[in-house]
Design a protein around this ligand. Structure first.
Ligand code: COA
Length: 123
């Protein structure tokens, strides 16, 4: 996922805010699952869920040296196992959407409307 900070003239302030506040989305998530190699954090995913009908995947990231070892797949599987009857959503780029399709997601015909985050946009 590529984040760009807007407006460009305020990039430093916004980058600083994002770094300082980066743990807040994780603290406030319904579920966070991480993968470790001893003391090294090698993968993470977080979920916001009503624990029943709808759950949303955020920030699935695997450390580059650990990619293509099915860690991402396992993290997604463990998320879905928590709320197996729920609808699962993910917002991602065209480039990554194929990855989610390999893991059981289907492109939705629904229209998603957004109000952009003031701290970043997702391209
Ligand atoms: C995308 C990402 C999470 C995948 O995790 P991973 O642990 O490396 O992937 P897995 O080992 O579970 O799966 C590997 C398989 O997915 C495929 N794959 C990996 N990235 C892909 C992509 N962007 N599109 C299609 N397939 C992809 C691999 O080719 C491999 O296929 P195979 O099983 O047929 O050999 C990881 O590459 C990553 O962290 N990328 C950067 C952050 C990112 O874009 N996160 C998504 C945010 S929505």
């Amino acid at each position: 996922m590529i984040y760009s900070y807007l407006p460009a003239g305020q990039m430093d302030r916004k980058t600083k805010v994002m770094i300082e506040k980066y743990n807040i989305p994780f603290i406030n998530s319904t579920l966070v699952i991480s993968a470790w190699d001893n003391e090294l954090l090698v993968g993470v995913v977080r979920v916001l869920s009503d624990k029943m009908f709808r759950s949303v995947i955020y920030d699935l990231v695997i450390l580059p040296a650990y990619q293509n070892q099915k860690i991402g797949k396992e993290l997604l599987k463990r998320c879905i196992e928590h709320y197996p009857d729920s609808e699962w959503l993910v917002q991602t780029t065209n480039q990554i959407s194929e990855y989610y399709k390999k893991n059981g997601f289907k492109e939705s015909k629904d229209t998603f409307l957004t109000i952009a985050c003031k701290l970043f946009t997702v391209k």
